[in-house]
Structure formats: structure tokens, C-alpha cells
Ligand binder design. Structure first.
Ligand code: ZN
Length: 412
């Protein structure tokens, strides 16, 4: 069974009842997360972590020796000395967050605080085979590894690559993604680690986007729905942890069948949600009704201008998502439903009809469906920054070591 992956979780500082290694690891991660939120002085940090000044002193001296935390010399002010703020050294290292989908590749370069420095996009190599897709990822990653040196933000030390599921993130293998056959059965993690000489994590695209969202929200349990060109996925976040399911397949929201006699889906089933509400399905629906081809970006613009034909198609897609979301709400009782799309940002257009379905069909107790907080994400590319969050978390928690000096990372 796969364990749930902890996400942007600030663990409680611990000092008793744990093995010394665990105590150090948890305290280190907690201190880094708190300092990442905002620079603060030793006294404030010690209070927030429930540690004595002496215990915190040891931890801070380790982190400053690692070059991961900077402590500026105290500044003299009129009365006494102003406490020195501690802060995470944004330039200690950098990471890559990668989003690979059938219609394209996005590689972002992020500093140690997760701030995006550069991003490169490349068109799809789908249908040209795994080796071609892989070499494109490697070339683009290399370009940004060189860029990190030029920007002097610290060398790239690890990366997360996010792709459509299903996948086995522990082994690093993509499993049967119906619309991305080039990747099926391929050990993307192992091949990238070999080629780039860096630790690599593989993550489902929607889980990565949900991890990015965790940095922006205080909500502890939510369902994050991501609409991409051909698909829809969901990430179920419980107590600020992504739930993966027994085989890592949790969240295949797009393959909930709304109509067993409906449109055939590449997954082998019929009437799957994503045949009605992915970006491609919305484009197809418009074409079918109006005998005219418009891109999702053009349709979005028209709908915003009040065009009834475009609005009707978004309305229908929102209804389909709402019907499927009723099951999610009844199963998980989340505090929030998050809607995002990759590419053109259009999910706000789905919300009115989606809300109507929830109000009508979700379990009526407490009026859950009507009361549910629906948050719309306006980021056009939420996955790559989320992928960077996944790898930053692993580094902060000590699961991926930071090389002592940049020279220890050798580019392949
Ligand atoms: Zn399907």
C-alpha cells in the first residue's frame, strides 16, 4: 500500500518521545517552513516552535552552517539592539518543476523559496515515442540548469516532473495514461535521474497543482479539480495531505461515468466526465452545436462578452462537473472545492451551473452542496509551480539532501 504523501504540512515541533533523528528532522522542517512564511527573530521562532532558546540555538547553527538560513548581524537602534531576523537563503539552491502533458512541456526554475525565476515552454512531441519526449525534457531542463548558474541562484539540486495519471510515484513509472501512450510503462524517474544526475520525483499533475494550492490556502481538507486539454483529474486533500488510494489511483475524477451508454472514452468506459467537460470536450461540443470551430480561448472570450452559444456550452460542462462533484461532496465533506484549468483560465464560467447541481443533488443535511466554498484558480499554469512545491517539501523535510557545496552536483 502506498502511503499518503505529506504536503506543505508544518509538523508540530517535537522534543520528547521521539528518536533523536526524528526530532531533528521535524524541528528542522518546522523551522524552515515558518521562516519561509516570513523572516523572524530567534525569540519569536522559539515561541512558535515551543522550543527553548538553547534548543533552537543548536538547530539554527546547523541551518546557518548548511547555508540554508541567513542571520543578519543585529542592528543597533536608539535603545538596545534590534533582534536579528532569520531568513531562508533563497539562493542556497534551486529546483525545477516540470509539467509534461500530451500537448506540451513546461519547465520552471524556482529558487529555494519557491519563487519562479524562469519558465520554458515547448510544443508536444506526442506520437514520436518515449525517447523523443524524454530528450526534449532533458534538453529543456539542461537549459534551465545552466540558466540557474547565470542567475547565481544556487545550482539545481532536484526536480519533480508532473504528468497525467495514473502513475506509480514510488517506482517512478507512468501507468496506462490513455491519452499519452508514449509514456506508458516507462520509468521516467529513473531515466531522468540517470540523464540529469539529480534526484527526481514523479507526481500526478493534479496532485502537484493541489500541493501548490496548499501554500495559498488555510483550508485543511479540499478537493482540487484540474481541467487540462484532454482530461479532468482531482486531488483529494485530507488534513493537508494528498490522499493517493491503495494503488495510487485515487482522484481519477474524469473517469466517473455519468452515462453508461454515453460517449466512448479511451479508458475503455463510456460516458466518462472528461468526455463532456475537458477543454477538448467543450470545444467539440461547441463545434457540434454551432458547426463552427473555436478554440477554448476564443470561446472563453465570447462567453465573457455575453455570447449565449458559448455560455451554453460552458453551462453544460459545469453541470456535468457538478453532477460528478456531488459524489465527492457526499463522500468527503470537504471544506472547499477548488477549480483550476491548465492553459486558458475559464473555470469561473463553470461555477454557476456547477453550484446549481450541488445545491440540488448533494446530501441535503446542513445544505452541504449550497454552502460549499468553491474557489476558482486564475493561474493559467498551476502545475509546474506545484511540482516545484513537491520537491521543495522533500528538501525541507530532509528526504532529499542538499549537497554541501554546489560543486557536488555534477550535470550529466
Ligand atoms: Zn474514461
Amino acid at each position: 500500500m502506498l502511503e499518503p504523501t505529506s504536503v506543505h504540512h508544518v509538523p508540530d515541533a517535537i522534543s520528547r518521545g521521539q528518536r533523536p533523528g526524528d526530532v531533528r528532522r521535524v524541528n528542522r522542517a518546522t523551522a524552515l517552513e515558518l521562516l519561509r512564511e516570513r523572516p523572524q527573530g530567534r525569540a519569536e521562532l522559539a515561541r512558535a516552535m515551543g522550543l527553548s532558546k538553547a534548543a533552537l540555538g543548536g538547530l539554527i547553527s546547523d541551518l546557518t552552517l548548511e547555508g540554508l538560513v541567513l542571520e543578519h548581524p543585529p542592528t543597533a537602534i536608539a535603545r538596545g539592539r534590534h533582534p536579528a531576523p532569520l531568513q531562508v537563503n533563497a539562493r542556497r539552491f534551486s529546483v525545477l518543476g516540470i509539467h509534461l502533458v500530451p500537448h506540451g512541456l513546461e519547465v520552471g526554475l524556482y529558487d529555494a523559496l519557491g519563487t519562479q525565476q524562469e519558465v520554458l515552454y515547448a510544443p508536444s512531441q506526442i506520437g514520436e515515442g518515449f525517447e523523443r519526449v524524454l530528450s526534449q525534457v532533458i534538453e529543456t531542463s539542461h537549459a534551465l540548469m545552466i540558466r540557474a548558474k547565470k542567475l547565481r541562484i544556487g545550482q539545481v539540486i532536484a526536480l519533480t516532473i508532473a504528468t497525467p495519471g495514473p502513475l506509480d510515484s514510488q517506482r517512478g513509472v507512468v501507468l496506462g495514461a490513455p491519452k499519452f501512450p508514449d509514456l506508458n510503462g516507462m520509468n521516467l524517474k529513473h531515466r531522468l535521474e540517470q540523464a540529469l544526475n539529480l534526484p527526481v520525483r514523479l507526481e500526478r499533475d493534479v496532485n502537484a497543482a493541489a500541493m501548490g494550492h496548499l501554500r495559498q490556502t488555510k483550508a485543511s481538507s479540499f478537493v482540487y479539480i484540474l481541467i487540462t486539454g484532454p482530461g479532468i483529474g482531482a486531488s483529494v486533500v485530507i488534513n493537508r495531505t494528498v490522499y493517493r488510494g491503495t494503488h495510487g489511483f485515487a482522484g481519477e475524477f474524469g473517469h466517473i461515468s455519468l452515462d453508461p451508454k454515453g460517449i466512448a472514452c479511451p479508458c475503455g468506459n463510456r460516458g466518462c466526465l472528461e468526455r463532456y467537460a475537458s477543454s477538448e470536450a467543450i470545444e467539440n461540443q461547441y463545434k457540434k452545436r454551432n458547426r463552427k470551430t473555436l478554440s477554448i480561448a476564443e470561446m472563453t472570450q465570447r462567453a465573457r462578452e455575453g455570447n449565449p452559444q458559448a455560455q451554453a456550452v460552458f453551462d453544460e460542462a459545469g453541470t456535468a462537473i457538478g453532477l460528478a462533484a456531488v459524489t465527492l461532496v457526499n463522500l468527503f465533506d470537504p471544506s472547499q472545492l477548488v477549480l483550476a484549468s491548465s492553459g486558458t483560465s475559464f473555470t469561473d464560467l463553470l461555477i454557476p451551473s456547477l453550484k446549481r447541481q450541488l445545491a440540488k443533488h448533494a446530501y441535503p443535511y446542513l445544505n452541504l452542496g449550497a454552502q460549499l466554498n468553491i474557489e476558482n484558480v486564475t493561474l493559467e499554469h498551476p502545475v509546474a509551480p506545484g511540482a516545484a512545491e513537491c520537491v521543495l517539501e522533500a528538501i525541507y523535510q530532509g528526504e532529499i539532501a542538499i549537497p554541501k557545496s554546489n560543486t557536488e552536483v555534477v550535470m550529466g
